[in-house]
Each structure stands twice: as structure tokens, then as C-alpha cells.
Design a protein around this ligand. Structure first.
Ligand code: PLP
Length: 568
């Protein structure tokens, strides 16, 4: 395949957006979940808005994994290999990074995100599968979140250091480096090396590094309060693996004394740091005391996350919505019957899909609740089943429930959650119809968030940094029913944009109360409104669009990144 030139992209200064995973579409499975999909949505909005941005990630051509589930609810992980040649072009430039003392060659592919506005953003996918590398090194960029600590460290060296060198080699002039989570923080070391002062300091070697210059170039976004989401590497491993770019004592100065903490490294060398929702900004300040941490609440790419029937509806009543989601403020122009009919079109498609996939026999008119996200303990996918008898009492014949979500291959308690739901599904099958759909990906996500009547989220507070699937639901007029955490603290107006579960965000979490609250609100408010007060229900759908989709989109988010973080 012919290599292409990307010269026309290098003419103006760019912002470089680094992310371990980027989710553009299901067919390019280089993402595992929310972080990657957010990165893809970020890039798509940047293209629509014609922002001067380029993105860097790993090729991960064996993907994350394809999920199968057996009849007992046991997750089976299958390879998800895909063919880069089908979607992107190889680039002839190559760079090298030293890993364990070997020179590892890094090549790269480019995928160009093109917007209807004419905006174009290149995404560079780094690839160590080069003929001169050892078989082991050729696999460094194969598996997303696969392998052990040493494998992860090598991937992050390729992403941060290899990525920065690649942009240089391609001729880019970069004005800001945006680290989307700590996986790419090694780029700060490469920048330190480049910005050494022209002095010799006899008493303090640290003074020769132009730290302020590096900080002025870097933006860091943290994405989770969960400890496992922050990579740490023992220095014994770092010494063996990482090339000597800057001396180890300098790294320790910025990345922590005991082990190398990628988040600490990133935030120490950035002059703009942010969390991904207002509450998450606050929580991050308590995790990292002494740092100024801002908040820019996440969004979703409106055009990507609106289903066909709603696209048609918006084109008719709210022209221009896709590149200016603020137009959703005029949602009142859509006649309620047409809003409902567009919803029913999406719902029928989803129910048909569920019945084809699972033979569970769902119907079009029952209140349908959706829950899909990574199966991991704190997300509490089974909170709805805390008291199955009570759920049957409330919901028999009145609700049906659709689940989806992968557990990380090493997350045993996440896998157990899937099994629990399978067990309950069998137990309740003559009373409440429940389906668990396999292989949650972006295509399935769009079907689900647009086709259900109500989107449920039940995380353990305050561990949901933002959450984005609920924002996708609102783009299709689907209201949220969620714990007051992450974005929902900002988007929730009780009984108006949707409903809360459990206590308000400013009082201490009480997980024991959550299930109780969930049941009573379902019984006394949500089910009666859905069946007996369609007018009010449609009004709430309307508000989900006009108050939530209006704000929780990546166009608004990117405008904030530009004014708050990039232009500084
Ligand atoms: C949007 C999305 C997510 C993230 O959803 P959350 O609500 O943040 O958990 C995960 N996986 C896929 C496939 C998605 O489309």
C-alpha cells in the first residue's frame, strides 16, 4: 500500500491530543470504553469546528476483545483483530525509542476524520510492528490494555516519547500537548530533554531543566477517582526499561519518590489540569492536594450519538443542530406527537434486535429500561436486583430491562456481575423480561441509548467521574434515572430532565438507601408517569434534549478547552 504525505497539515501550529485509546467507530476497535469514545468525540467536534488539532494513539491492531457470553453468563474473550489498511494509510516516516536498551522502530498510520464543515483532523496510530524489531517488540502496540506491567510501560514509552518524536519527524509545530489521562505522560520527559537551559548549575542539577517552558506547553486531563485508573510503575522496572532521557533523580522529582506515578508526572509538568465534571474536579483536588485543578465537563458528539429518526426530526425542526447543538434550546418547536413517533421508531428497531438476538420476546409498549457500561464493581449493575421480590411486585408486566457491557479480562468481580445478572434473568423470566446483549460497542451503544425509554445509572458515589452514555441518551430524548454523581449532578432537575436515585450530591453517600430509593421512585413516580401521563413524559423527553443535550456535547466542551486550556 502506498504511503501518503501529510504535508498540508503541518503548515499551521497544532494542538497535539494524546490518548491511549480512541474510539471513532465500531469497525476500528482501538477503544475499550468511555475514555476512548470521549477521545473520538473530542476529535470529531474539533474537526467540525475546524480546530487546529492532531491526535496520537497506538494502533492496537488486535483491538481490545470481542465479548461472547455463554448460557451461564460466563464471559468469553475473543480476539478482535482488524485490518488497518481498510481504514487508514501508512506513513513513511519512522522514529525510534530505546526500550530495555534496544532501539525500537516506531512506524505510523494516519486516519483522517473529515467533517461536513470541511474540517479535517489526522489521527496518528503508532505501530511497532516493524521488520527490524524483535518479535516481542513488534507486539508492543498490538493489544489495548493487555499484558503485564512491563508491557504497559513499554506501550506508554511508545505513546508518549515515540508519539512526540513522530510529530516532530512529520514536521509539526506543536503549541500545546494535551494528555488525555496519564498514559501519555512520558511526553513531558521528551519535552524536558528538548528544553534544557543553556547554563550549567554547579549546586543544583535540576535548575538546568526549563520546567516552566514545559509546563506552558502541557495540558492534563484526569478521568477517574478510582486508584486502578492511575498507572504506577516501580522504579526498578523503570530503570530497566525507560531510556535515559532525563536522569532518574529528575524523574523522581516530578513523578513521585516511591514509584513512578503517571498522573503525578503529568500534573507536575502541566500548567492546566482538569477533571471531567464539576464534582470530579472537586474530588480530584482532594486526591491531589496543592494543585490547581479545574473542571471541564465532558460531552458527546451530537451527530454521532443521535439516531436516524431523531436526525430527521432535528433536520426538520432545528436545522443546523449538528454543528451548533445550542439550537436544541428551541426543542419546543417539535410537535410532541412527532417526538414520540421518532422515539417509537428507534424503540421498535431496538426491540426487534433484542428479540432476534435473545428470543426473550420483548414488546414495543412496555417501559424499557437500559443499562450498559463496563461491568465493574463500583458501577453496581445489579443494584436494580438488590431485592428481586420487590422489583417483581413493582414491575411485573410493567417493565423490561436491557443490559450490555464488557468486564476487563482481569476483573473477576466484574465478570461475576455479569453472571449474577444472568442468574436473575433466568429466575425472573416469567415475570420481568431481561436481556443481556453481547459485545457492547459503539454501534450497540447507539441502538441502546436511543431505543430504551429510560437510561439507568447506579454507580457508587463519588466514583463516576463523569459518565457519558447518559448524555448520549438525552440526544435521543431519553431521560436519565441515576445516582447523583458525575455529570448528572449538573444535568439533573428532578421530575423535569429525569430522576435521581439516592441522596443529593452534597450529603454523604448512603449505598444502603440507594436501592430503596430506586424502587420507590420507580413505583410511585416513573411507572405511573409513563403509563398514565404521556403528555408529562414527552415533556420530560423534551427537556432532556433542550436542557441536557443542549449542554452535554463535545462542541461546548471543545470551546471550553480552547478558551480555558489551549489559548493560554
Ligand atoms: C459511551 C460509551 C461508553 C461510556 O459510557 P459511560 O456511561 O461513561 O460508562 C462505554 N462504552 C461504549 C461502547 C460507549 O459507547
Amino acid at each position: 500500500m502506498k504511503a501518503i504525505s501529510i504535508d498540508h497539515f503541518t503548515k499551521e501550529q497544532k494542538i497535539a491530543y494524546f490518548s491511549m485509546e480512541i474510539g471513532i467507530k465500531s469497525e476500528i476497535p482501538t477503544y475499550s470504553g468511555g475514555l476512548g469514545v470521549l477521545a473520538g468525540d473530542t476529535i470529531k467536534s474539533a474537526a467540525d469546528l475546524r480546530l487546529p488539532l492532531v491526535a496520537v494513539t497506538l494502533l492496537t491492531k488486535k483491538g481490545y476483545f470481542k465479548q461472547d457470553i455463554d448460557i451461564f453468563g460466563r464471559q468469553i474473550e475473543l480476539h478482535d483483530e482488524w485490518d488497518p489498511e481498510k481504514w487508514m494509510f501508512p506513513i513513511r516516516e519512522r522514529v525510534s525509542v530505546a526500550i530495555e536498551g534496544r532501539e525500537v522502530m516506531v512506524g505510523c498510520w494516519v486516519y483522517i476524520v473529515e467533517s461536513a464543515t470541511g474540517g479535517k483532523i489526522p489521527i496518528f496510530f503508532l505501530d511497532t510492528d516493524q521488520a527490524e524489531n524483535t518479535p516481542e517488540d513488534r507486539e508492543i502496540t498490538h493489544y489495548l490494555y493487555g499484558g503485564d506491567t512491563s508491557y504497559r510501560l513499554k506501550q506508554e514509552i511508545v505513546l508518549g516519547i515515540g508519539g512526540t518524536r513522530m510529530l516532530d519527524e512529520l514536521g509539526f509545530d506543536i503549541r500545546k500537548y494535551h494528555m488525555n489521562e496519564g498514559h501519555s505522560s512520558f511526553l513531558t520527559l521528551e519535552l524536558l530533554k528538548r528544553h534544557k537551559k543553556d547554563i550549567e548549575s554547579v549546586w543544583d542539577e535540576r535548575l538546568v531543566w526549563d520546567v516552566e517552558k514545559v509546563r506552558s506547553l502541557c495540558v492534563f486531563t484526569t478521568h477517574t477517582p478510582v486508584a486502578a485508573g492511575h498507572d504506577r510503575f516501580p522504579y526498578s522496572l523503570v530503570e530497566k526499561t525507560l531510556p535515559e532521557i532525563v536522569p532518574l533523580n529528575v524523574i523522581k522529582e516530578f513523578a513521585g519518590r516511591e514509584n513512578l506515578n503517571m498522573t503525578i508526572l503529568g500534573i507536575n509538568l502541566s500548567n492546566y489540569i482538569n477533571g471531567v465534571a464539576k464534582k470530579h474536579g472537586e474530588v480530584s483536588k482532594t486526591m491531589f492536594p496543592g494543585y490547581e485543578i479545574h473542571a471541564i465537563t465532558n460531552g458527546v458528539h451530537s451527530f454521532t450519538w443521535t439516531c436516524d429518526s431523531f436526525k430527521k426530526l432535528y433536520d426538520k425542526y432545528l436545522p443546523g443542530w449538528a454543528n451548533e447543538p445550542e439550537i436544541f434550546v428551541r426543542v419546543g418547536r417539535i410537535p410532541p406527537e412527532e417526538l414520540w413517533e421518532s422515539h417509537m421508531e428507534a424503540k421498535r428497531q431496538l426491540i426487534d434486535y433484542v428479540n432476534r438476538e435473545t428470543q426473550v420476546g420483548m414488546n414495543y409498549d412496555t417501559l424499557t429500561i437500559g443499562f450498559a457500561r463496563r461491568a465493574t464493581a463500583y458501577k453496581r449493575a445489579d443494584l436494580l436486583f438488590a431485592n428481586p421480590d420487590r422489583l417483581v411486585q413493582i414491575g411485573e408486566g410493567r417493565i423490561q430491562i436491557i443490559y450490555a457491557g464488557k468486564a476487563h479480562p482481569k476483573d473477576d468481580s466484574g465478570k461475576q456481575l455479569i453472571k449474577n445478572i444472568f442468574e436473575i434473568k433466568e429466575r425472573l423470566k416469567n415475570k420481568i423480561k431481561i436481556a443481556y446483549l453481547k459485545n457492547y460497542n459503539m454501534n450497540l451503544a447507539l441502538k441502546l441509548i436511543s431505543g430504551v425509554d429510560l437510561w439507568l445509572n447506579t454507580p457508587m458515589r463519588p466514583l463516576e467521574a463523569s459518565g457519558t452514555s447518559g448524555m448520549k441518551a438525552t440526544h435521543n430524548g431519553v431521560p436519565n434515572f441515576s445516582i447523583l454523581d458525575g455529570w448528572w449532578i449538573e444535568g439533573h432537575i428532578e421530575g423535569y430532565t429525569g430522576w435521581s436515585i439516592g441522596p443529593s450530591a452534597d450529603i454523604i453517600a448512603d449505598p444502603k438507601r440507594d436501592a430503596d430509593d430506586l424502587y420507590s421512585k420507580l413505583e410511585k413516580v416513573i411507572i405511573p408517569t409513563f403509563y398514565n401521563d404521556k403528555y408529562i413524559w414527552i415533556k420530560i423527553m423534551d427537556n432532556a434534549i433542550g436542557k441536557n443535550a443542549y449542554y452535554f456535547n463535545t462542541h461546548r466542551m471543545m470551546r471550553l478547552y480552547v478558551t480555558e486550556a489551549y489559548i493560554r
